[in-house]
Design a protein around this ligand. Structure first.
Ligand SMILES: [Zn+2]
Length: 228
């Protein structure tokens, strides 16, 4: 059984929230997974919570390295089921030495700096279906142009799309630099292979949760943290 350590981010503040660390005895890569930077993206939040439970129940086995999961970054926004004000995903540091513009993003980024993950997955949800329009972000993986995560992201999209029964749910890759976002901060400042996972709002809740879990599991396998 994998021991999952529970910690608190921003203890004693209105932003207090739990995060979890599962570390294998065998050295290996560190993968950090965050969800709920936007409080109303409940499918991604549920997926992150489920992943913690799966590790605890040994349904997801960490064979080397470690995994850090922050299931609900912005609990205050989550309680109200709102995106959050200000948009936390514009407050992360934009370059080395710059501090975050919000106490919560500062606390989250401190954890990221401490563990220095080689992979960083930021789970979100968005409007639309990428198969139907290039202007929407629902059903996409997003990474920064030139990111070392591009080959893995493309491979994972191919794998997921092959198994789809509904063609309109297909995932697509988007390359985008978003200063102030947690993905771009993790990539620029920590040198992590950072990817944002966006499922489409319009899909049923359980479907979105399952896509999120499948994609995270694919990345864990690519990173070598779990067996494929
Ligand atoms: Zn979001």
């Amino acid at each position: 059984m994998m021991l999952v350590q529970k910690y608190t981010l921003s203890p004693g503040t209105p932003y207090s929230t739990s995060y979890y660390v599962a570390a294998s005895a065998r050295p290996g890569p560190t993968v950090m997974i965050v969800a709920g930077i936007h409080g109303k993206e409940t499918g991604s939040i549920q997926a992150a919570r489920k992943l913690v439970a799966m590790i605890r129940k040994d349904q997801l086995r960490i064979r080397k390295g470690s995994l850090i999961i922050v299931p609900i970054v912005n609990k205050k926004a989550y309680r109200q089921r709102i995106r959050g004000v200000p948009d936390l995903n514009r407050t992360f540091p934009r370059r080395t030495g710059q501090t975050a513009k919000h106490p919560l993003s500062a606390a989250l980024f401190e954890v990221a700096e401490r563990y220095h993950p080689s992979w960083y997955l930021d789970l979100h949800e968005a409007n639309g279906l990428s198969q139907q329009s290039s202007k929407v972000l629902g059903q996409t993986l997003i990474t920064n142009p030139g990111s070392r995560s591009v080959p893995a992201a493309r491979k994972i999209i191919r794998g997921i799309n092959r198994t789809l029964r509904v063609k309109s749910h297909s995932f697509h890759l988007r390359l985008h630099e978003l200063p102030g976002s947690s993905r771009t901060a993790a990539a620029r400042i920590l040198g992590a292979r950072a990817v944002t996972v966006e499922t489409g709002w319009s899909l049923p809740f359980s479907t979105r949760v399952q896509y999120q879990i499948d994609i995270v599991r694919s990345f864990l396998s690519e990173a070598g943290v779990t067996k494929g």
